[in-house]
Ligand binder design. Structure first.
Ligand SMILES: O=P(O)(O)OC[C@H]1O[C@](O)(CO)[C@@H](O)[C@@H]1O
Ligand SMILES: [Mn+2]
Length: 451
């Protein structure tokens, strides 16, 4: 048996709720049950809707779903073993296989349970179990338990979104006259806007309102001091002079992939960036990756993606509706491509992708740049492990390098690599919660090839 807290071949252990008092422990003990309680409440509040749509079957499904979710909350709170999934979906066997993998790692002395397994695994598992509870109750299977809070967060930050659309329209007025340096400056600003957009997720606040109220462009200067690692110049180099493989017949202009995180304001910032990339000619195509089912409260699903574009189109604001129409056009013409591979809603570290989702890995290899948005993607990039803060980002990726890649993340979990010696200690004395408050951010880049 491998003790959970021992480094294996220089790779530190996974963060786990096993460590009492850790952020993982507090999340599993407090934040996840709070989220589950809100989910149960949301389903209950929609009882009449289910009755109207599906009659008595809808009411039965509501009751059954709530009963399954209450049972799960109890399993969590009493640290019961993790159960295999029973819903026979496309990803069910892969989840169950992952569970067996965790059991093998733990040995046969104890069961994989909510507090005794990697935090990353158990937190992902909770969202998959919510999905299972709905799938097992067919009339309401496609109900998105987080739709209400995602919609609210979009409307709460609509003013800031309009400011961004106006800013973009202003850039486009002079687009042809822009020098490469000016283009680089705008890129940098919009990259930072997308970075700070990640502050607005609803999982860290357990579904509590967390929207953008002030002008995102005006805030950038004052936020700069909170960017702990800023590799934006390297990102710009990768984008403005993409390196082609010898003999490659790739067309001109970069392909940029954005692995999306949250709906609401963050998604608007990502679409603004994607719009700029294409309209400026920096990219010929942008591939946007979302989630197959509602995930970590606020993450983007295909429905959220389409809904956001429709809302933008219908906005009573000249530049926002213009942006919305442009986005719709990009989707229709295949300049923007939306994908939702099941791997993004699995618990794997990304270093497992090449083996466990080779098709997705191969797809990302087609990109000239992959932007990973948000905290959860950072946790998966680095394996959610107890790394020393000074370990290189490249080392923590453990061979995951489908293409030049960049993480844009505000810190909301206690894993952080790539800092200068002493930087972590200094931050800890200034603010003990520096890794989880969402006040700090990183732009971290890695390229498989020497730049
Ligand atoms: O939306 P993001 O940036 O991935 O954040 C998700 C949040 O959920 C958490 O997993 C905590 O529940 C944090 O790691 C993170 O704050
Ligand atoms: Mn998220």
């Amino acid at each position: 048996m491998i003790a959970a807290d021992q480094p294996v071949d220089g790779v530190p252990p996974s963060l786990s709720a096993r460590v009492i008092g850790s952020f993982a422990f507090l999340t599993v003990k407090d934040r996840l049950p709070t989220i589950l309680t809100k989910v149960i409440d949301t389903i209950h509040r929609n009882k009449n809707k289910f009755l109207e749509e599906y009659g008595e079957n809808g009411i039965d499904a509501e009751k059954q779903t709530i009963s399954l979710l209450s049972k799960m909350r109890n399993e969590l709170q009493t640290d019961k073993p993790i159960l295999l999934l029973t819903d026979n979906l496309q990803d069910t066997e892969s989840w169950n296989e992952y569970m067996r993998r965790q059991q093998r790692l733990l040995g046969d002395q104890e069961s994989v349970s909510w507090f005794k397994c990697p935090w990353l695994y158990v937190e992902c598992y909770m969202y998959r179990r919510i999905q299972e509870a709905l799938i097992l109750n067919p009339p309401i299977s496609s109900f998105d338990v987080f739709k209400e809070v995602k919609t609210q967060s979009f409307f709460d930050s609509q003013k800031a979104a309009m400011t961004l659309c106006t800013y973009l329209a202003d850039i486009y007025k002079n687009m042809e006259k822009l020098s490469k340096d000016q283009l680089g400056e705008y890129f940098n600003k919009l990259l930072q806007v997308s970075l700070w957009g990640n502050k607005c997720d609803l999982s860290i606040s357990a579904g509590q309102e967390n929207s953008q109220k002030t002008s995102p462009i005006d805030s950038l200067n004052s936020l700069q001091a909170f960017v702990l690692v800023d590799d934006s110049n390297r990102v710009w180099s990768a984008l403005s002079s993409p390196q082609r493989q010898a003999g490659s017949v790739k067309p001109a202009g970069a392909r940029v992939d954005i692995v999306l995180d949250n709906a609401g304001f963050e998604l608007v910032t990502d679409l603004i960036l994607a719009d700029f990339l294409v309209s400026s000619g920096l990219a010929r195509q942008v591939h946007l990756h979302g989630k197959c089912f509602p995930w970590f409260v606020s993450d983007v699903t295909a429905n959220d993606f389409q809904w956001t574009i429709r809302q933008a189109m219908a906005a009573n604001h000249r530049w926002m509706s213009k942006s919305g129409a442009q986005w719709q056009k990009y989707v229709k013409e295949g300049v923007w491509c939306y994908h939702d591979h099941p791997f993004w809603t699995q618990p794997h570290e990304f270093c497992d992708m090449a083996a466990d989702a080779p098709d997705l890995y191969a797809a990302l290899q087609e990109a000239d740049l992959v932007l990973f948005k948000g905290d959860l993607n950072y946790r998966k990039l680095t394996g959610d492990r107890d790394w020393d803060h000074t370990v290189d980002f490249s080392t923590a990726l453990r061979g995951f390098e489908p293409a030049p890649l960049c993480s844009l993340r505000t810190l909301k979990a206690d894993v952080q690599v790539g800092l200068q010696p002493g930087q972590g200690q200094k931050l800890a004395t200034q603010d003990p919660n520096w890794m989880t408050s969402g006040k700090h951010a990183v732009i971290q880049f890695h390229s498989p090839k020497a730049e």
